[in-house]
Design a binder for this molecule. Structure first.
Ligand SMILES: OCc1cccc(Br)n1
Length: 456
């Protein structure tokens, strides 16, 4: 609105707009549709989850990396009919550049590998946590953002890499109290589909699109899946073979179907052998119907699932040896997984495994008299410099009764009271809220320094 419109001569439009905003009343305090706020309690839980992801990544020798949440749109444009690219959160910026909020982290990781090229010693093990976005019509009211933990191994051909990824995932589950009775990890290889398509004379370039279609076998009626396969030129005979392979119940059956020299069977056998060696065999189960929905997987694929069958996939990943080539670079063997923050928190909630995290402060420092604020501030800061987590009561006029209640609320261990009488005798009063003991202590005894004595 301009000044003229409001009839107020000569006022800047900004002032007028502000006035207009005031008349508009309270802004919408909800975050944008499909997004979340994290208040302190939510943030403590999120930090707890991310802390476990970080610890496991480090324990398994991965190095942390990060990328912009905004990428050039072209990084995610793929022609295989995936949901993740059809729901791209894309836009043109003020320079008319085509950008997108990343829907996943793997293409960014691939871009960084390409950027580093020969300067990256291989194999490399990278991990990251990042917020990922999709623009889904809110008809289903689903979220438009989530945080994902990713671990990736670059430059390793054999299934030792996939085994290491599974080891990181199972280590995480164990850390948070989830057992193989709660959760399993279905493992398969897309190389079995590749063999069938080759046998059936389906052109190689159809492979990715076939995988994206058959990934929907659990969600769509078989007829629909067959229709979509026919839609990309897969004969019904080839479709029969694909669906038969996906229905095999064991590695032995798969071997009967594909022959003893099939790479998928060999990879899976080796992966199960390594799983035994890692002590994680109880977590891993062969499932020929798992293909995952991302077009770029080329070999082993896997997904974590809740054995009660209530929740959506907990995590997922696999080998993607052709992604660098698809981005115009030189291929490297690559594999990795993504692990979202939403389903795992639902599972932990359902299993009663969410920790009770309160705001933890060790010392609460209170000036019982406003004249002693300098002394209280000095003591608080010195305690912090000694590594204590210290909250200093900033508002005046607080009394002991309030301080005890507040200390309870923030689970403080000690109440450090700076009062006139004690200070006059060179003391501060320490109340240990765990042992209920109380003692008067000189600042020197409390701090191993005399610096606060002169604080005036
Ligand atoms: O896993 C698919 C996906 C991608 C981005 C954001 C969200 Br919520 N979900």
């Amino acid at each position: 609105r301009s000044a003229e419109a409001s009839g107020k001569p000569g006022r800047s439009s900004a002032a007028v707009d502000h006035q207009a905003d005031e008349s508009k009343g309270l802004i919408d305090t909800s975050p944008p549709r499909g997004t979340r706020d994290f208040d302190p309690q939510d943030m403590r839980l999120r930090s707890w989850l991310f802390g476990h992801w970080q610890d496991v990544s480090r324990q398994c020798g991965f190095e942390q990396v990060d990328f912009p949440v905004v990428e050039n749109e072209e990084l995610f444009v793929r022609k295989a009919g995936e949901e993740i690219t059809s729901q791209l959160y894309n836009f043109a910026d003020k320079g008319q550049r085509r950008l997108a909020l990343r829907p996943e982290l793997t293409p960014s990781l691939a871009r960084l590998v390409l950027k580093k090229a020969k300067s990256l010693p291989l194999p490399a093990k990278w991990w990251t946590i990042g917020q990922c976005w999709r623009y889904e019509r809110m008809t289903r009211g689903r979220r438009r953002e989530h945080y994902q933990w990713n671990c990736d191994i670059i430059g390793l051909e054999g299934v030792a890499a996939e085994a290491e990824l599974l080891a990181a995932i199972t280590l995480f589950f164990e850390r948070v109290g989830i057992t193989p009775a709660d959760v399993g990890i279905k493992v398969n290889s897309r190389k079995s589909l590749q063999a069938i398509l080759t046998q059936a004379g389906v052109p190689e370039e159809r492979f990715a699109a076939v995988c994206v279609i058959v990934d929907k076998i659990e969600k769509l009626p078989e007829e629909k899946v067959r229709e979509e396969l026919a839609g990309i030129g897969v004969t019904s005979k080839a479709a029969d073979k694909i669906l038969a392979a996906m229905a095999t119940r064991s590695l032995e059956d798969l071997e009967k179907l594909l022959g003893p020299d099939n790479k998928a069977v060999a990879d899976l056998r080796q992966l199960f052998t390594l799983a035994e060696a890692y002590g994680m065999a109880d977590w891993i189960v062969f499932d020929a119907s798992v293909v995952r929905g991302l077009s770029y997987y080329t070999g082993i694929v896997f997904e974590g699932f809740d054995r009660q069958g209530v929740l959506r996939a907990i995590c997922g990943g696999g080998r993607y040896d052709g992604l660098l080539g698809a981005l115009g670079g030189e291929n490297q063997p690559m594999c990795g997984f993504g692990f979202g923050d939403a389903v795992i928190m639902e599972l932990l909630q359902d299993r009663g495994l969410l920790p009770d995290l309160s705001h933890e402060v060790e010392d609460l420092v209170l000036a019982l008299d406003e004249d002693l604020r300098p002394q209280a501030s000095c003591i608080a800061q010195q305690l912090r410099q000694k590594g204590r987590r210290v909250d200093l009561v900033l508002e005046g006029g607080r009394r002991m009764k309030w301080a005890f209640k507040h200390a309870e609320r923030i689970s403080a261990q000690r109440l450090v009271l700076v009062g006139k009488e004690e200070w006059a005798q060179g003391n501060v009063r320490i109340k240990n809220l765990e042992t209920r003991e109380q003692e008067d202590m000189t600042p020197t005894a409390l701090l191993d320094t005399t610096s606060c004595l002169g604080a005036v």
